[in-house]
Design a protein around this ligand. Sequence first.
Ligand code: SIN
Length: 537
Amino acid sequence: MAARWEARADLIVVGTGVAGLTAALRARELGLRVLVVTKAAGDDGNTRWAQGGVAVVMEDQHDPGDTVGRHVEDTLTAGAGLCDAAAVTTVIGDGPQAVARLRERGAVFDAKPDGLLERTREGGHSAFRVVHAGGDATGAEVERALLKATVDGRVPLLENHVAVDAVKTPLGAVGGLLVLDGNGVPGVLTAPAVLLATGGLGQMYQATSNPSVATGDGLALALRAGAVAADVEFIQFHPTVLYTGRGARGRCPLVTEAVRGEGAVLVDATGARVMKGVHPLEDLAPRDVVAAAITRHMALEPGGVDDHVFLDATSLHDMATRFPTVYAACVAAGVDPAVDPIPVAPAAHFACGGVMSSVDGRTGVTGLYAIGEVARTGLHGANRLASNSLLEGLVCGTRAAEAVAADLAVGLIAPARAVDPVLPSAPVADRDMLQRVMSRYAAIGRDAEGLAVVGSVLDVSTVDKQLESRELVEDAALTLAARALIAAAQERTESRGCHVRTDFTERSAAWQRSQLVRLTPTGQPVLADPVLAEGVA
Ligand code: SIN
């Protein structure tokens, strides 16, 4: 039986991570009626797994000589030539105020006895500027505080409802959402603004730091709604998730980069340093450099074990208190970090690209907004700087709510008419097979032949299915996202940031540009002409 709801909301936020909840709270402050929708429980998103912290240079507490400008520079360097400098300046510049607002909402960061916040360092940062909570449980604290504020503020939260497709107005704007409840019953929610804050797509790979909800749903929904995506070939692999044995599947425990920031080093089975001589910053090089170096080392070096290396944290005296989450995961795996090097391997971590959006969340489709990992604002370029993502969620969440309020005030957006829900069909590949070919041929180290294999496997094995369950919505999203990624990765005949090609090993000046992806009328992802797509966000 289908349901049809007039949500009576000005704004539907999809997703309950840092970006979505920040947007919902700000929209509520601005007097908007907000409904938050999530396919799982409120705290099931990616945010709560974030460990390292929030990168921010606060006015009154920072390393000598550290400035917002230096944070901007580090972000641009990590982004390997593909960041949008204006977006970087805006997001980093808004950071201190965003963190202050988050603390006002109840998030408690680790502080020294004098009350100043503790700061750590991660890869690619030239200073100690990452503030953290619960040692290495920053995401959990941010999620806790924002969810509590959401509940306290009586912002309605619709759990266990997966967003399937946008509902359009006759003029082609987005004005609502087709959803499925936990029993597969479809319904329509209408509102003048739909804000996607659905997170990433780590589940496209066999091993990932992401939870099971990270299946690219928002990216697929936005593409189907007519939005353009960019930089989708740049999937960041975290250099160090805990290695728990051959053939790890699903979410693997993260070993935060801050462990290296505080002195741990990567070594191989012989004890040789993996990052020695690879980059001037050695173990604190940007993440793409470290993950690629580990992958090379595992494949080539005499001391390499073929599927993991080790993180030697034995010099750290306070692992159990400073990094309680990592410590607990190690102990559960039978590793005592005080005496044993921690076995680690790279795993899929973050989508640097996504739906083309401004830092205010506006996409090229009226009524559709996107923020956080699902969005591509230009902050991350070809490789995200560590701990810039919680920051982006905080800043862009606030800005997007303000943009929706402004667009409502001038009458730019309007709800669609409530219609009977009609479930769409879409190509769906088998998830296990997709994860296997993506991990084998489209992870770190890609070449034309392997990418073509993935393309053909996806072409021959996808079947059109009606999206009548959450699992099918997720599988269709993973299928579409993988196809988009393969199209962009095949075309980019260079290595840059997280896109490492073994057949084009150098960075090419001719490729210092983003590639845009859109769907053809029959639903195929194709590379869009950058000129035609100009001004889409
Ligand atoms: C980490 O703590 O190493 C991950 C933080 C991030 O991805 O920004």
